[in-house]
Ligand binder design. Structure first.
Ligand SMILES: Nc1ncnc2c1ncn2[C@@H]1O[C@H](COP(=O)(O)OP(=O)(O)OP(=O)(O)O)[C@@H](O)[C@H]1O
Ligand SMILES: [Mg+2]
Length: 274
């Protein structure tokens, strides 16, 4: 689905948000991305949803080198990618049904999209998607009158309507309580599984990442610090990810292999909180 090789992203003259990221993601894979604030996670997601271009390195999406795509091909590729943001990018004053049907925007002509604002097309589609995320009764509610968690469900329903190959969720649950967070992550995982979508989620909760994802990518200072199954992610590795010396690559290397700086086996993970 994705092949990133030595990707860098520099903002302005000197802010290096990504500094040599190499990452392959297979179709249908579920991946959690974790790492400290400012590590480059959102920048990585904006590259993956083709909103940003890398400064250097190569990015292949579904086999095609993104740098060589025409504008039309790029637009087409973007319709295959659904993004859920922490700020859900919903239009508050519109009714829920319109926000959900905006999932079609990449496919519909502007005229059809505008017409849908007056008279919702495919209301049944929207209604079914809302039922899937557990708020079927909110079809005609004003979006800004929903709770944060309900709005997050609307954002997921919108992606259901879009029906992309890839779902990218950038901190989709950081504004909801822990139990709703589990519900929403489970929902995202199950919906993606059902339709064999690739799912990448950027999470601040390490617990959620380790509990729900078979592959954990730790990002630190614009680089992939580790890329491991959850049972190989140790407390030492997480401490190094969140608090470690930014330049201590050698230490991370040892931790990735499961040993602390003194050659002892790393402590297993029990209730770690960054
Ligand atoms: N549009 C931009 N212009 C300039 N600098 C940017 C821009 N976007 C991100 N950055 C910088 O790139 C670095 C990585 O930012 P990014 O948003 O990717 O981090 P993050 O890992 O998502 O952090 P958080 O966990 O706080 O969301 C930061 O130093 C940030 O200030
Ligand atoms: Mg971010």
């Amino acid at each position: 689905m994705y092949r990133l090789r030595e990707i860098t992203k520099v903002f302005g003259r000197e802010t290096s948000a990504l500094d040599g990221v190499t990452l392959h993601v297979a179709p249908g894979e579920h991946v959690a991305v974790i790492g400290p604030s400012g590590a480059g996670k959102t920048t990585l997601f904006r590259l993956l949803n083709l909103a940003l271009r890398p400064t250097s390195g190569s990015l292949r999406f579904e086999g095609a080198d993104v740098a060589t795509l025409s504008d039309a091909a790029l637009r087409q590729a973007r319709t295959r990618i659904g993004t859920i943001y922490q700020q859900q990018n919903l239009v508050g004053r519109l009714r829920v049904v319109h926000n959900v049907l905006a999932g079609h925007l990449g496919r519909w002509s502007t005229a059809a999209a505008l017409a849908s604002l007056v008279r919702p097309r495919e209301v049944e589609t929207a209604s079914a998607a809302l039922a899937r995320v557990g708020i079927g009764e909110k079809l005609y509610a004003r979006t800004d009158e929903l709770s944060g968690g309900q709005q997050q469900r609307v954002a997921i329903a919108r992606v259901l309507v879009q029906d992309p190959d890839v779902v990218l969720a950038d901190e989709p649950v950081s504004s909801v309580d822990p139990s709703l967070a589990v519900t929403l992550i489970t929902l995202l995982r199950d919906l993606s599984d059902e339709s064999r979508k690739t799912l990448l989620v950027n999470l601040h909760s390490v617990d959620l990442a380790l509990s729900f994802f078979p592959r954990i990518v730790g990002v630190r200072a614009g680089r992939v610090a580790f890329d491991l199954p959850p049972d190989r992610v140790t407390v030492d590795l997480l401490e190094a990810l969140y608090a470690g010396d930014r330049d201590d690559e050698a230490q991370l290397e040892r931790l990735r292999d499961g040993y602390d700086p003194f050659g002892r086996a790393c402590r297993p993970l029990t209730g770690f909180r960054p």
